[in-house]
Design a protein around this ligand. Structure first.
Ligand SMILES: *Cc1c(COP(=O)(O)O)cnc(C)c1O
Length: 438
């Protein structure tokens, strides 16, 4: 064995030490947009009273119209994060004390914390082992007479199989909220994410495909949901009387308002979105052509109805095939590669597992974060109606603890040489698996 093939993890020379290029999507267009707002002197035009400005300023409203057109929906309601959007959607859906909301455990925490904000009870359904999304089958197994809504997360950038889910929802009169944080511009049977359920919620935080620093958007075709979302966004309690709202359920408002600068930037980001997605797909194709033959490594499974937008490139790893544990393998690949500019502290953007199934969070395990043991969650657990115990969602646990390898090394900005270095790192590790078995 030559020293050049010694794995970096074992003291050899790494494939690359120079940082990967940053994912930076802010340019002249966004600078001009922000300057336009600054020059106007009006950084937000929202008014928490029944008045035309209740719906926000010109940039906010233009951004919403542009988003609605692109998502092929009647209404888009901007918010200051996807988390706020999820909270607003659960409120708009009318979730009441003790209502059950079915959700994936394999997602960012806010998908599941929205229900308890309105005293609802999250019920975790298992994921499909190929798409990592919840499915009609896994949802059906969790439906009870208390179920009110479903939060379907289009995880990693691929839509869940929505038609059977919507059929099930119709059968049981459930509200379906799509968490599209990781799937803007994704489609299912040619229809955009966010137009498939009753409401769709998007993120515009700095890590997402397109961003405004912080921000979010909620889409819906339903006039009533749209009105409730707008109320919850902007101090509902101050306007429901003047607006003549009769259904006051969940009509305590928040301040989830998006600023004018963010909205102006968002309009430019929306223009750039499709091109950025195309680059992601090209990079994924390039990597997959060169990684798909590696024994024990499976590329993401994309459904025939879906168009994947690759927020994260997620691979399935079978340690039985290589005889090397996933932990050791990922350590070895990471040792060959550098961090990415602007995200230096995170090391190479390659990891295992994604997130621990959410029911393992203390919030659910102790079920006491809101209202202590009087909380509907705690009562539902005590009554044996829901469980947050290990083993609840075997596919999610298996993905997290044994199978999944994720990376973000396909983001736009990565040039061919950068991608070639990623490929070289994988191949070097696979050619030297014996060093890891020893
Ligand atoms: C990022 C993310 C969120 C939260 O988005 P914020 O805008 O940061 O609140 C929610 N759900 C999923 C699946 C996410 O990836």
């Amino acid at each position: 064995m030559t020293s050049s093939s010694t794995l970096a993890l074992l003291g050899g020379k790494p494939v690359r030490t120079r940082l990967f290029p940053a994912y930076s999507v802010i340019g002249e267009e966004e600078k001009a947009a922000a300057a336009r707002v600054l020059d106007s002197g009006i950084l937000s035009r929202f008014l928490g009273a029944w008045h035309p400005d209740f719906f926000g300023g010109p940039e906010v409203q233009a951004f919403e119209q542009q988003w609605a057109a692109l998502s092929q929906v009647k209404h888009a309601i901007s918010v200051n994060s996807c988390t706020s959007g999820l909270y607003a959607a659960i409120g708009a859906a009318g979730v009441q004390i003790g209502d059950e909301v079915i959700v994936s455990p394999y997602t960012m925490a806010a998908s599941a914390t929205a229900a308890p904000v309105f005293n609802g009870v999250p019920v975790f359904a298992d994921i499909d082992p190929d798409t990592y999304c919840i499915s009609a089958e896994t949802i059906r197994a969790r439906i009870t007479e208390r179920t009110r809504a479903i939060v379907v997360v289009h995880i990693f950038g691929q839509c869940a199989d929505m038609d059977p889910i919507m059929e099930l929802a119709r059968e049981h009169r459930l509200v379906v909220i799509e968490d599209c944080a990781q799937a803007p511009f994704a489609t299912y049977k040619g229809r955009p994410a966010g137009s498939l359920g009753h409401m769709g919620v998007f993120s515009l935080n700095y890590h997402k495909h397109i961003h405004t620093g912080e921000g979010g958007m909620v889409t819906t075709n339903d006039d009533r949901f749209a009105e409730r979302l707008q109320l919850i966004r902007n101090h509902a309690e101050a306007v429901v009387e003047k607006k003549g709202v009769s259904d006051l359920s969940n009509m305590i408002g928040f301040n989830f308002r998006l600023g004018e600068i963010e909205a102006a930037i968002g309009r430019e980001q929306l223009n750039k979105g499709p091109g950025l997605i195309e680059q992601r797909k090209e990079n994924v194709r390039y990597l997959e052509n060169r990684l798909s033959g590696l024994p024990g490594l499976r590329m993401p499974v994309v459904g025939a109805a879906q168009d994947h937008v690759y927020y994260i490139h997620v691979m399935d790893y079978d340690a039985q095939v290589t005889g090397v544990t996933r932990e050791k393998l990922v350590q070895a690949i990471k040792a060959e590669l550098p961090a990415t500019e602007l995200r230096e502290g995170e090391g190479p953007l390659l990891n295992m597992g994604y997130v621990r199934p959410l029911y393992m969070l203390p919030l659910f395990r102790q079920a006491a974060a809101t209202m202590g043991h009087a909380s509907p969650m705690a009562r539902a657990v005590a009554a044996g109606q829901v469980s947050y115990q290990d083993g609840l969602c075997p596919n999610a646990e298996r993905a997290h603890y044994t199978r999944v390898i994720t990376h973000e090394l396909m983001r736009p900005g990565m040039q061919q040489q950068d991608l070639d270095d990623v490929v070289a790192a994988f191949h070097k590790v696979w050619e030297n698996l014996d060093q890891l078995r020893a």
